[in-house]
Design a protein around this ligand. Structure first.
Ligand code: SF4
Length: 365
């Protein structure tokens, strides 16, 4: 099944159609992806190099771990210093994200209990097993990851489990795209993330097209999905169509996953929130509602962390996340900054553009 979405002869046919489509287009057409998995596919399969010179794909803010504010990471560590018997759980890439006060990995090296989990479900199971500990899941992620968080909160609240809490740093993706568009970022179309769309549906993106006139294609993650999406965007661009089309029909429905939406809506409310290296974005953060605040660790330990520098000197992650530069334009890329010695968050996370470019170095353009 997956093989058919990687078939090289079909790829050639789509590329031929793309080249035909750009024949009469003057100037450069810029599309943006806002998803680490899309960026991985584009870079891993060398899709940029296959496209016509005047079709560019920019990488946007598609890495939830990269944009998690340093102050939240530090606040979580401060809480763990004063709370008794606390275990912090988080994902492997979040564990290594640098801050001016060190990473969770450094915190663990200092003798604290920090554990890597693959999902919030693992953290929840840990709480069931280790009842003498307070398990706190430091919970980053976009809509796709928020859905399982809400699912676990359903379990925790229905079973009245007292030793499991979260630290929510969940964020919403459409407001980040809107933020870039409102700032005047010049893009001619959006390769819209398929798994976020599986939750919020095609309709979750429509307001961006209505308000900013930007064509979008909800795209799957195989190379042919992305090439087809580029072709569909080019056609819309050429014909002046402003719509949200769905290439990923095998997964994404117009209304998305309504049951997941209800569950997220039940536990979380939307507020303005900071994104590392981007600043505060209106109505982009998900925070537990008042009636469910007992599951948020900050309710018990409201520590205040003064604002810290987002990035090390010389790190251009902010420009990478805005699609203004490619990682290769950062003078530190591959020389000073590597996955082994990352200077900024975009080199740490598997979804970070810098790490993706480093991994598949020979294939980007
Ligand atoms: S290569 Fe490293 S230093 Fe440069 S922008 Fe990326 S993460 Fe920052």
């Amino acid at each position: 099944m997956i093989g058919e979405w990687r078939d090289s002869s079909t790829a050639k046919k789509i590329l031929k159609a793309i080249f035909k489509e750009v024949r009469n287009i003057d100037g450069v057409v810029k599309f943006m992806d806002v998803c680490g998995t899309h960026e991985d596919t584009i870079t891993r399969y060398g899709l940029r190099a296959m496209l016509p010179q005047n079709v560019q794909i920019l990488a946007g803010p598609g890495c939830p771990v990269c944009i998690t504010p340093v102050e939240d990471i530090v606040a979580m560590m401060e809480i763990a210093k004063v709370a008794k018997n606390i275990v912090i759980t988080t994902f492997g890439d979040m564990y290594r994200i640098p801050t001016p006060k060190g990473s969770f990995a450094d915190f663990k090296a200092g003798g604290r209990d920090v554990r890597i989990v693959y999902s919030i479900y693992d953290a929840y199971k840990m709480a069931l097993k280790e009842k003498d500990k307070m398990v706190v899941h430091f919970s980053p992620g976009f809509e796709t990851t928020t859905a399982p968080t809400a699912g676990i909160l359903e379990e925790v609240s229905s079973q009245d489990i007292k030793n499991f809490k979260i630290y929510s740093v969940h964020r919403l993706t459409p407001p980040a795209v809107e933020f870039l568009l409102a700032q005047g970022t010049e893009i001619d179309g959006l390769i819209t993330p398929g798994h976020v769309s599986a939750i919020i549906g095609v309709r979750g993106w429509e307001y961006l097209t209505e308000n900013y006139g930007i064509p979008q294609v909800v795209s799957g993650f195989e190379p042919l999905d992305v090439l087809l999406s580029v072709y569909m965007l080019l056609k819309m661009y050429k014909n002046g169509e402003k719509e949200v089309k769905n290439e990923y029909t095998r997964v994404v429905k117009y209304k998305g996953n309504e049951s997941a939406q209800r569950s997220i809506e039940k536990f979380f409310e939307v507020r303005d929130a900071k994104w590392r290296a981007l600043g505060v974005i209106e109505r982009s953060g998900l925070f537990l509602r008042k009636e469910y605040e007992e599951y948020e660790i900050r309710t018990y330990y409201p520590v205040e962390v003064p604002e810290l520098p987002d990035l090390e000197r010389g790190c251009r992650c902010g420009e990478v996340l805005r699609g203004l530069i490619l990682p290769t334009e950062c003078p530190l890329f591959g020389r000073v900054c590597t996955p082994r010695n990352p200077v900024g968050p975009c080199m740490v996370s598997y979804e970070g553009t810098c790490q993706i470019f480093y991994k598949y170095g020979s294939l980007y353009r």
